[in-house]
Design a protein around this ligand. Structure first.
Ligand SMILES: CC(C)(COP(=O)(O)OP(=O)(O)OC[C@H]1O[C@@H](n2cnc3c(N)ncnc32)[C@H](O)[C@@H]1OP(=O)(O)O)[C@@H](O)C(=O)NCCC(=O)NCCS
Length: 174
């Protein structure tokens, strides 16, 4: 999870910089990407600048965080994905997120990014638990969580910003 670029077969995942705000707004200003999580929608680029600033601060404080995703050979930000610190049931966990622009959906890119992030998080922080919180009707995201190596744990389901979240976890503990 170090500050360096993470590479997969098709993707580059880089720590955010302030200049990435326009690309992040292209994702989070689009109603389709926040259909299941409307509270994440950004109204304008100013809001994206503030959000990216928080991501940069998380990196500065913890040495890991969300990353902007680009395809090799392209500067266009097509998504963001990564883990941030969170407390769940009083225990520290790494909360995994992934969100991509609609024109790249269905190519397996989110799975490729999420699998690499889960693997690197568990390698660099052995013993940590990675979780993904997904709305019950967000089937594509549930598929991504499972294909990234997480398993559904009904016991962890919780209320999120937009209602009930199903929880997927890397932990083997029942
Ligand atoms: C969820 C998201 C990241 C998936 O991105 P993606 O690159 O298309 O994902 P992948 O191609 O790796 O895999 C998508 C999986 O969902 C499946 N899927 C796609 N559309 C689906 C649908 N309407 N119903 C059920 N499954 C669907 C795909 O078939 C695939 O699973 P499979 O390979 O097992 O069949 C993308 O749709 C997105 O950014 N959505 C908006 C943001 C979001 O909801 N993020 C998650 C918040 S918890």
């Amino acid at each position: 999870m170090g500050a360096q670029e993470l590479r997969t077969e098709r993707l580059r995942l880089t720590p955010p910089v302030p200049n990435d705000a326009a690309g992040v707004f292209a994702i989070l200003g689009d109603a389709r990407t926040v259909e299941h999580n409307p509270s994440d929608r950004l109204a304008d680029e100013t809001a994206a600048t503030a959000l990216v600033d928080r991501w940069v601060h998380h990196w500065a404080e913890h040495g890991f965080g969300y990353r902007c995703v680009r395809e090799h050979g392209s500067d266009r930000i097509i998504g963001y994905a990564g883990v941030k610190r969170m407390t769940m049931d009083g225990r520290p966990v790494l909360n995994l997120v992934y969100r991509f622009v609609p024109d790249v959906w269905g190519r397996g890119l989110a799975t490729e990014a999420a699998a690499a992030l889960v693997a690197s998080a568990l390698e660099e922080k052995p013993g940590q638990t990675v979780v993904a919180r997904v709305r019950p009707d967000n089937r594509p995201s549930q598929h991504v969580a499972l294909k990234a190596g997480l398993r559904r744990d009904v016991a962890l389901d919780c209320e999120g910003e937009d209602g009930l979240d199903w929880v997927f976890t890397s932990s083997d503990e029942e």
